[in-house]
Design a protein around this ligand. Structure first.
Ligand SMILES: NC(=O)c1ccc[n+]([C@@H]2O[C@H](COP(=O)([O-])OP(=O)(O)OC[C@H]3O[C@@H](n4cnc5c(N)ncnc54)[C@H](O)[C@@H]3O)[C@@H](O)[C@H]2O)c1
Length: 268
């Protein structure tokens, strides 16, 4: 029997001021976990942290750009020696928000650095949850997967021409996140820890609304979605918090689709 006790340690949430990160922070706070909340937007971060402190939580904040190579060291310093029981890494950029290289840098390169920084600090029984995207499944091409393998195991030179445009960079960055999770499972397992990702479908957050306003393709996907609606941030948060619980103690190295059935309807 796995039981539901959480491992001791801090819960780290990146993108904590965002549409998925904020409900993750609220759910972790309700479990009484100490929190370290990170986001680029310091004002909105404080707006999320303030109410959680009022109800008695130990809530630290770390404003900053996760793509700054100095960020992982800042995060480790903010832990103050505490192990990480849970990481939910939601900070990311979608095609309407930046150019291709910046999207790739934030969504994959910074994510890999973050994973490298947290791995040695994971508590036994802890879990890291990354966020991929259903778009990753739509970038299933042999040349892309070869470039991602080269990126993860080699020098990564083949990826550069594929990520110049935002609409190319985004799904490839998220496919690389899924590959990273598969690759990292053994090293996390050696620490008694787990790592998984969630592939959200169309989710009604600031980012999701921005993409749906800009792309006809998202409207077609919504029309085909079996549940007939967009998801909300808390429907991703609930799965992330489940993955970080002992109820998910045999889940690692994989990507979980939380998309209202969109990918299935589209044949992926
Ligand atoms: N909303 C969707 O429909 C959808 C679908 C698939 C995947 N996703 C993924 O889900 C994750 C969360 O997205 P969301 O919908 O909550 O978006 P959001 O825009 O509401 O939240 C993202 C948060 O990340 C922060 N952020 C962005 N760049 C950062 C950086 N460089 N450093 C630190 N913080 C940074 C933003 O300030 C924001 O608060 C993203 O990785 C996104 O790619 C979203």
């Amino acid at each position: 029997m796995s039981g539901t006790r959480n491992p001791n340690g801090i819960a780290v949430v990146t993108g904590a001021a965002g549409g998925m990160g904020q409900p993750v922070a609220v759910r972790f706070a309700a479990q009484g976990r100490p929190l370290l909340l990170c986001d680029l937007d310091a004002d909105r971060l404080e707006q999320v942290a303030g109410p959680l402190r009022v109800v008695g939580g130990d809530v630290r904040i770390l404003p900053g750009d996760i793509a700054d190579p100095a960020f992982p060291d800042q995060l480790v310093a903010a832990l103050d020696g505490e192990p990480i029981a849970a990481l939910v890494h939601t900070a990311g950029l979608s095609p309407t928000l930046a150019d291709g290289p910046r999207i790739f840098d934030v969504n994959f390169t910074a994510t890999r650095r973050l994973v490298d920084a947290v791995r040695p600090r994971m508590a036994s029984g802890g879990c890291a949850v990354l966020i991929s995207s259903m778009s990753a499944y739509m970038a299933a091409r042999p040349e892309i997967d070869a470039a991602i393998r080269d990126l993860i195991d080699g020098d990564g030179a083949a990826i550069a021409p594929m990520i110049t445009e935002p609409r190319g960079a985004y799904p490839i960055s998220k496919r690389a996140v899924i590959a990273l999770v598969a690759r990292e499972a053994a090293a996390f397992g050696a620490k008694g820890a787990r790592i998984a990702s969630i592939a959200p479908g169309l989710i009604d957050t600031g980012m999701g609304r921005s993409e749906m306003a800009a792309s006809e393709q998202t409207k077609v996907m919504l029309a085909r979605t079996p549940l007939g609606r967009t998801g909300i941030g808390d429907e991703i948060a609930s799965v992330a918090v489940f993955l970080c619980s002992n109820d998910a103690s045999y889940i690692t190295g994989c990507d979980i689709k939380v998309d209202g059935g969109t990918l299935a309807a589209l044949g992926f």
